[in-house]
Design a protein around this ligand. Structure first.
Ligand SMILES: Nc1ncnc2c1ncn2[C@@H]1O[C@H](COP(=O)(O)OP(=O)(O)OP(=O)(O)O)[C@@H](O)[C@H]1O
Ligand SMILES: O=P(O)(O)O[C@@H]1[C@H](O)[C@H](O)[C@@H](OP(=O)(O)O)[C@H](OP(=O)(O)O)[C@H]1O
Length: 275
């Protein structure tokens, strides 16, 4: 397959920081205008994600959990089939969280001390556990970061190999702090907004006992151009993404909640101390 044999107006997602990259062997994420096109992945994970978005988006939805989670999830605009190299690939149309920003600085944080789902076979469990052995104590992974450097006017990018190379004690300084630093400017304004939004997600998880999220991420984006003329509602946005392993439950999602608490602790420790 020629990965670039894409219909007019459709491009490979330009600001992707993690996940499946579109290539000759893999249908990955694409973009068209202000929307992200995410492939419906192989069964059953693709269907699980699509069903999740459909439940969240259902206008007749009566379940309060699916209604409450709407504000934390990109808008879903339905599915479409995209002709790529003589195949009709099934894609979901999603709100592009980065598009309101002039110079989006992005990180993908995979949340949870366990990334394999309850149906995972022993091989998958071993494979997932080996990716970041200290995950049970850390509760989240940095899968990617993209930061706009205001000194060089370039983006600097870090991948999941970098994220997983960090010891737990370095996830602050060499991870999250690095994400919030542009040149020699540490973005306290952004930090405060991120903490506020993660707390709202944490509050949601303290109440809901319907869904458990494995291998799901928080996508964090902030405005990297401090002189941007674009009107933005917030200097940063925190959204939940990647729902291939969402399962029904009747309990609190302690796995996800644990990761959120650690993240909040790390971010809060970065706030300048008042004298
Ligand atoms: N709604 C969105 N708006 C903007 N960027 C997005 C959006 N959804 C995904 N992305 C970008 O694409 C990347 C991968 O997304 P996602 O995790 O959903 O893909 P995936 O292929 O399922 O990943 P994985 O292989 O980890 O399961 C994100 O890190 C982000 O950079
Ligand atoms: O965290 P990473 O390094 O991005 O790893 C991938 C990610 O966890 C995917 O969600 C997972 O697919 P599943 O959703 O199917 O588990 C994939 O597993 P795979 O290699 O078994 O496809 C991993 O490689």
């Amino acid at each position: 397959m020629d990965p670039l044999d894409l219909p007019e107006g459709v491009k490979i997602l330009s600001h992707q920081v993690a996940g499946h990259i579109h290539s000759a062997t893999c249908f990955g994420l694409l973009e068209r205008g202000n929307i992200v096109l995410k492939p419906v992945q192989r069964f059953p994970k693709g269907n699980r994600e699509l069903e999740f978005y459909e439940a969240v988006n259902n206008k007749n939805q009566t379940d309060q959990v699916f209604i409450d989670i709407r504000k934390f999830v990109p808008k879903f605009y339905g599915i479409e089939y995209i002709p790529i190299s003589n195949k009709n690939a099934k894609y979901m149309r999603l709100e592009d969280i980065t598009k309101v920003f002039d110079r989006p600085c992005i990180t993908d944080l995979k949340i949870g001390k366990q990334t394999f789902n309850p149906l995972a076979n022993p091989d998958k469990i071993i494979k997932e556990k080996s990716k970041y052995p200290r995950l049970p104590e850390v509760g989240f992974q940095i899968l990617g970061m993209r930061i706009y450097d205001t000194v060089t006017n370039n983006y600097v990018q870090y991948d999941r190999v970098y994220g997983r190379s960090l010891a737990p004690e370095d996830l602050g300084d060499k991870g999250l702090k690095l994400y919030l630093t542009q040149g020699n400017c540490f973005r306290v304004d952004v930090l405060k907004e991120i903490i506020k939004q993660i707390k709202e997600i944490r509050d949601f998880f303290q109440n809901q006992t319907k869904l458990s999220f494995y291998s799901s991420s928080l996508l964090v984006v902030y405005e990297g151009n401090m002189k941007a003329k674009k009107q933005i509602p917030n200097v940063a946005l925190v959204k939940m993404i990647d729902f291939a392993h969402v399962f029904s439950t009747q309990e609190h999602d302690e796995n996800y909640a644990f990761g959120l608490e650690i993240l909040l602790k790390l971010f809060t420790n970065m706030l300048p101390t008042k004298i």
